[in-house]
Write a protein that binds this ligand. Sequence first.
Ligand SMILES: Nc1ncnc2c1ncn2[C@@H]1O[C@H](COP(=O)(O)OP(=O)(O)OP(=O)(O)O)[C@@H](O)[C@H]1O
Ligand SMILES: [Mg+2]
Length: 285
Amino acid sequence: MPSLRCAVVTVDRSCGGTVCRYGDDERRAAEPEGRGAKTTTTLHLGGTLAAAGRKTLLVDLDGQGNLTTGLKLDRLDPKAELTLASAMLDGCDREQARSLVRQHSENLFVIPSALDLFTLPRKLYSVRGGAEHRLSWVLELLEDDFDHCLVDCRPALEVDTDNALTWATDVLIPVDVDEFSIEALELLLGQVHTLVTDARVAPPRYRGLVINKIDRPFSGFHQKVYDAIHQLPLPVVGEIPMRTAVAEAKNKGLTIAQYEPKSDVARMFRDLAVKAGYLPETPSS
Ligand SMILES: Nc1ncnc2c1ncn2[C@@H]1O[C@H](COP(=O)(O)OP(=O)(O)OP(=O)(O)O)[C@@H](O)[C@H]1O
Ligand SMILES: [Mg+2]
């Protein structure tokens, strides 16, 4: 079975005002602000799949490295070893691609972040042709090694995120109960449309929205935003409550499936995995 390729991409307020169009310069940098729970969704969905016996690769495509540090792994060192960014820019063979992977725990593997991811977008802009396919070049070499691969994107709709969208067959979009999420979703859908039209990549399948950091009871305003998210054209495939266990798990470098497998938030991540179609109704383990 080919591995399920999923990009967890941003639609949070960082995207406000971003216009991305291939083939011209109509690309305005997004403010480096996000926090719509992309990393949390990637990490704990990945942990849920690993706990269910699926060999899962998480890719930290963000120079901030929150996925890497959230699992208490070391960043890769661009001065001493191959990094994802250098593999994307210079190409690599299968063994080199495998050298990027670190094991976190049983069934859970990570390509850690490295500081050179910060300069990757600028360098990719000067690549002539096929700049949006570089991540696919690397990850396709690893496809037979894993059942699932999830990519955690940084909070910007730029060429590195385009790489994730080009590679992915599936797109999961975390949103929080915030009106900016709705506005930013339209921008993201516009970017993907442009990518498909101008760069002629296959359109990804939107698995749907994951509403994260749900903090009930809602105020009247938040109830309205929550209802509006449910009216959007993409299905809501997950609803994750705000819980201190999420921060505690991160503090210990664990996934929620490892830290508190019986908690409601761990169950919500399992429900997400089922609703997104990654696990069967009754998980085998
Ligand atoms: N369900 C939750 N319960 C409690 N805290 C949460 C939950 N989900 C996310 N958080 C916290 O919210 C913060 C932002 O989450 P996260 O880092 O996943 O966002 P992000 O979208 O990846 O941010 P960025 O855009 O900077 O990459 C983190 O401190 C995380 O621990
Ligand atoms: Mg993040």
